[in-house]
Design a protein around this ligand. Structure first.
Ligand SMILES: [Zn+2]
Length: 201
């Protein structure tokens, strides 16, 4: 290696490598853009009719939710994600309404029809809705709850909000009003969520 070359190397290696120190403030900065969530996914919306229950979301309510979810994601993905509705129905299950029977009842429902994503309404047997695997576990037939829980199944987290109280920043987990992933009604997502889903272009 010539002196000149060595000198050039030294110069370049002398430049300290930019290091990003992970702190509480910036740990969310680099959520990577994912491969776009796109294509056709099949969707089934089912309402559990418990053996001992009189009131339940009708098949019309299931159909409405399925249409709303389909429209919401078609619009928000700018046509990249299309839900194909394969079934909307009330399913009579041979179990009594109890939290411990929700899982069994959902398995029973999923056997009726094959779908990529299920919204299963348990009609108030659990006091809250959540989502996991390929299923949104819904307490009722409110369409925006369907949109929110299906959002989790597609990889979205909650839309929070920072706010200031007496010179201190506080964080409200569901506080962002701009996104259906907050706790308020919204027909949209936020820009970072569009980016994360690969729907920003
Ligand atoms: Zn949620």
């Amino acid at each position: 290696m010539s002196d000149n070359k060595r000198k050039a190397n030294e110069i370049t290696t002398d430049i300290p490598e930019a290091k990003r120190v992970k702190t509480e403030e910036n740990e969310h900065d680099f959520a990577p853009r994912r491969k776009p969530v796109k294509g056709v996914k099949t969707l089934a919306v089912l309402s559990i009719k418990w053996a001992d229950q009189k009131r339940y979301a009708s098949s019309g309510a299931c159909r409405n939710m399925a249409n709303q979810v389909r429209k919401f994601y078609l619009k928000n993905s700018r046509g990249m994600l299309q839900f194909k509705i394969v079934k909307t129905a009330v399913v009579r299950v041979p179990y009594k309404s109890a939290r411990k029977n929700i899982n069994k009842a959902e398995v029973y429902c999923r056997r009726r029809v094959k779908a990529d994503i299920y919204c299963i309404i348990n009609n108030g047997v659990r006091g809250y809705s959540n989502a996991g695997g390929n299923t949104a576990h819904l307490r009722g037939a409110l369409a925006r709850t369907g949109n929110h829980e299906v959002g989790h199944l597609l990889g979205l987290g909650h839309s929070g909000r920072y706010y200031r109280v007496k010179n201190k920043w506080k964080f409200e987990n569901y506080g962002d009003r701009q996104s259906v992933m907050g706790k308020y009604a919204s027909s949209l997502l936020t820009a970072p969520q569009y980016y994360h889903q690969g729907w920003l272009f």
